[in-house]
Design a protein around this ligand. Structure first.
Ligand code: V47
Ligand code: SF4
Length: 354
């Protein structure tokens, strides 16, 4: 199997699910990394992309309360919060020149769709040059339900309020037997994929994630990647895949461990090899840590995400990384890992090659 996979990757041929499972079961990380790096360099050479962005999480009140999520809150919880439009306006005023606002939050039990639209319009008005990567498929499905609009109309409203692209959150693990244990209230895998298909058909680019390192097995990861590769074959609308390492602190999942460095690198490498139709694999340094994220640039990753500025979702679940990094720090991290840093915006338009 090993020789067969190696031959396929070298010839640029697609590997199948059995072979992907075999890769996950391998502990010969250097072999795996070499193969993934071959694919990475075929696509992006020595370049590694990063964004100048700022995360905004407008509220953590959420009616879903997924078991792995330490960020969300119910009314009455001490850590619950909701930002007013004035507070969001203040954040925009305090933000320098950036290429992107990344906006994700909870499904607030009382906010209406118009409030979420106001947030986009406000940020567009305050920072016309920043692209808006906002609202996961889970939130967009929620907007459609609370507004009574069809999914297509909901997406059209978001677009006319300034939405430029959609982040990859909410995918978690698609397999029903895992999903019903870790996020029973969340939309199904089919619905998540349906929303992304609709976004792509509406001309919007999106990302895809996979939350790994909890109760799922390798088979579930392969199934997850398979469903993403199939949709991407159909639409070509995904820009990047981001494996999200589960952080256990303050969550209600009984699995109490952080992921291992071995598993983090393996997951990035298998994703790079299997998802041959995804342009980018992102090393989200917030979750991986800066040092492992650097190493991952030789194991298939070609994107470092961005400056972020203020990260809440992972930090409330025990992340040990800083909450943000400066442009200079990102450039130094990428350069000292032996790669060429390339500043990009949300749509992967190159803004500066360092
Ligand atoms: O959907 C929640 C995950 C996601 C935990 O598209 C957790 O560019 C780990 O999707 N441990 C939101 N993960 C973040 C996200 C994202 C991040 C960076 C870039 C992009 C992009 C998207 O965070 C949620 C959920 O899957 N999450 N709790 C946790 N305890
Ligand atoms: Fe809500 Fe998202 Fe957290 Fe689930 S992961 S509880 S949908 S904020």
């Amino acid at each position: 199997m090993r020789n067969q996979i190696e031959a396929k990757v070298k010839k640029g041929e697609r590997i199948n699910e059995k072979e992907a499972l075999f890769l996950f079961e391998q502990n010969d990380l250097l072999w795996l990394g070499r193969l993934a790096n071959l694919v990475k360099e075929r696509i992006s050479g020595n370049q590694v992309f990063f964004n100048i962005n700022r995360h905004i999480n407008p509220t953590n009140y959420c009616k879903n309360r997924c078991r792995f999520c330490a960020f969300s809150a119910s009314f009455g919880d001490k850590h619950g919060y909701q930002l007013s439009l004035d507070q969001i306006s203040e954040i925009a005023e305090q933000t320098g020149d950036i290429y992107e606002f990344h906006i994700v939050g909870g499904l607030h039990p009382q906010w209406d769709f118009d409030y979420y639209l106001q947030i986009l319009k406000l940020l567009k008005r305050k920072k016309p040059n920043a692209l808006l990567q906002a609202y996961t498929a889970v939130e967009i499905d929620h907007f459609s339900k609370i507004s009574g609009l069809s999914l297509e109309q909901t997406i059209a409203e978001l677009k006319s309020a300034g939405l430029n692209a959609v982040p990859g959150g909410g995918a978690e693990i698609f397999a029903e037997e895992v999903r019903e244990k870790i996020c029973p209230e969340k939309i199904s895998a089919q619905r998540w994929l349906y929303v992304h298909r609709a976004l792509h058909q509406a001309g919007l680019q999106s990302n895809a994630t996979m939350l790994y390192g909890h109760i799922e097995r390798y088979e579930h990861r392969v199934d997850h990647l398979k469903r993403l590769r199939e949709l991407q074959d159909e639409t070509k609308g995904f820009a990047s895949f981001i494996p999200l390492a589960f952080h256990p602190k303050n969550t209600r999942l009984e699995y109490p461990y952080y992921t291992t460095g071995l598993d983090d690198l393996k997951t990035i490498a298998v994703a790079r090899i299997y998802l041959d139709n995804f342009p980018h694999i992102k090393a989200f340094w917030i979750m991986l840590g800066e040092k492992l994220a650097q190493v991952s640039l030789w194991f298939g990753a070609d994107d470092f995400d961005g400056t972020v500025e203020e990260e809440k979702i992972t930090h409330m679940a025990g992340a040990l990384t800083p909450s943000g990094l400066t442009r200079a720090e990102l450039v130094a991290l990428i350069r000292s890992a032996g790669r060429e840093p390339v500043e990009r915006d949300t749509l992967y338009q190159v803004r500066r090659v360092w």
